[in-house]
Design a protein around this ligand. Structure first.
Ligand SMILES: [Zn+2]
Length: 164
């Protein structure tokens, strides 16, 4: 392909910002830290993709969405699964966690290894009223990576993105 205007890696990242997580429409795959690497040559672009978990039912859809969005820039695109990387909720940026909370889902709790106790895992802040007086109601919410919790302060249920 001959480009009159060269595509930069930054253009690719901007295109990737437009690809949203199908389960959390306020977050892009970049916010989710699911894009581990972008390789750009004159002929094509290779996107290395680390899904939140490999069995994710939306995987093929996300790969297709990435390819479609980047190819709009006019470059052939290949999406490869990055198996050398494991996704973890700690990779999500603070900004992404804030967006998630505003969307009404409690973000994954950040815990350092020295503090990996059930009590720490239970310190989940309610996205409605910000109280931490909450309890687990169901280990599985609308998707496998979410749990359902209940807030004693505002008496509302909410979903939590589980720390993985
Ligand atoms: Zn609450």
């Amino acid at each position: 392909m001959d480009h009159s205007i060269a595509i930069t890696e930054q253009d690719i990242w901007l295109a990737l910002e437009r690809v949203k997580d199908p389960e959390i429409p306020v977050l892009s795959l970049v916010d989710m830290a699911m894009i581990s690497k972008v390789e750009l040559t004159n002929e094509k672009c290779v996107i290395h993709f680390t899904p939140t978990f490999v069995g994710c039912p939306a995987l093929d859809m996300m790969k297709r969405d990435i390819k479609t969005e980047v190819e709009l820039l006019g470059i052939a695109t290949e999406v490869v699964l990055d198996m050398n990387n494991t996704w973890s909720s700690d990779k999500m940026s603070t900004e992404a966690k804030t967006k998630l909370e505003k969307f009404g889902i409690a973000p994954p709790v950040t815990i350092d290894d020295s503090e990996l106790t059930q009590e720490a895992l239970d310190r989940v802040r309610c996205p409605h009223c910000h109280s931490t007086d909450t309890t687990l109601r169901s280990a599985f919410g609308s998707t496998l990576c979410r749990a359902i919790r209940f807030c004693f302060a505002c008496k509302q249920g909410f979903e939590q993105f589980k720390p993985i």
